[in-house]
Design a protein. Structure first.
Lengths: 118, 113
C-alpha cells in the first residue's frame, strides 16, 4: 500500500532561483491537492486537480506559482523567482472522488517538501 | 477571514485522562467536519470526521461532537495516551467545492506519562 509520495523532502535554494516539486498520489485517486503550511499555522489550500484538469486556484497562488498534472497521475508544483516568504512546507494530498455515492472521501497527505529560501 | 478557528494553541493532559479539543467555524453551510493529526516532519493523517447531518461520531477512543447552532466542533480523546502527543487540526469542507479542506491553526497536545 503506497501512500502519497513527495520529492524532494527538503529543498534549500537561493532567492531568485526556480524550484520544482513532485507529487505522486495514491494510484487510483483522481483528485490531487496542493497545500502550503508555515510554522504555527494550519495547511492553506493552493490548488486542486480532478484528473488532469486544474479546477481551482487559491488567491495565494501568485503568478510565480504553476502546477500541472499532465496525465492525471503525478503532479508538479513550480515556483519561479523564489522569495524568502515562499519558505514553507508544501503538502500534496489525494483523494478518490466517487460522484454517485454522495460520501465524503477524505484526503490522504504526503510527508511534504520543506522549502527554505535563503 | 478565518473560517475555522482553534483558539487553544496548546493543551497538556495527564495520561489516562480526557483530552478535549475545540474548534469554531463561521459558515453554517459546510458539509463535513474533520480532525487530522500531525507529527513533526510528517503530513497530516486523518483521524475522524462527521457530516453536517449528525451531531456525534465515535471511533474507538476518539469522539467528535458537532453543535451546529453554536458552529462548534470538538474532539474528545479518552483515555489519552503518550502516543497521542501531536498537533491536531480541525478542518471543514464543502462537497460542492471539490471537497477541499479549510484548516484551523492547530492545537498542540502533550500527553504526560
Amino acid at each position: 500500500d503506497t501512500g502519497v509520495s513527495q520529492d524532494p523532502r527538503h529543498k534549500i535554494t537561493k532567492r531568485g532561483q526556480n524550484v520544482t516539486f513532485r507529487c505522486d498520489p495514491i494510484s487510483e485517486h483522481n483528485r490531487l491537492y496542493w497545500y502550503r503550511q508555515t510554522l504555527g499555522q494550519g495547511p492553506e489550500f493552493l490548488t486542486y486537480f480532478q484528473n488532469e484538469a486544474q479546477l481551482e486556484k487559491s488567491r495565494l497562488l501568485s503568478d510565480r506559482f504553476s502546477a500541472e498534472r499532465p496525465k492525471g497521475s503525478f503532479s508538479t508544483l513550480e515556483i519561479q523567482r523564489t522569495e524568502q516568504g515562499d519558505s514553507a512546507m508544501y503538502l500534496c494530498a489525494s483523494s478518490l472522488e466517487r460522484p454517485r455515492t454522495g460520501l465524503y472521501e477524505k484526503l490522504f497527505f504526503g510527508s511534504g517538501t520543506q522549502l527554505s529560501v535563503l | 477571514d478565518q473560517q475555522v478557528k482553534q483558539n487553544s494553541p496548546s493543551l497538556s493532559v495527564q495520561e489516562g485522562r480526557i483530552s478535549i479539543l475545540n474548534c469554531d467555524y463561521t459558515n453554517s453551510m459546510f458539509d463535513y467536519f474533520l480532525w487530522y493529526k500531525k507529527y513533526p516532519a510528517e503530513g497530516p493523517t486523518f483521524l475522524i470526521s462527521i457530516s453536517s447531518i449528525k451531531d456525534k461520531n465515535e471511533d474507538g477512543r476518539f469522539t467528535v461532537f458537532l453543535n451546529k447552532s453554536a458552529k462548534h466542533l470538538s474532539l474528545h480523546i479518552v483515555p489519552s495516551q503518550p502516543g497521542d502527543s501531536a498537533v491536531y487540526f480541525c478542518a471543514v469542507a464543502f462537497k460542492a467545492a471539490g471537497n477541499k479542506l479549510t484548516f484551523g491553526g492547530g492545537t498542540r497536545v502533550l500527553v504526560k506519562p
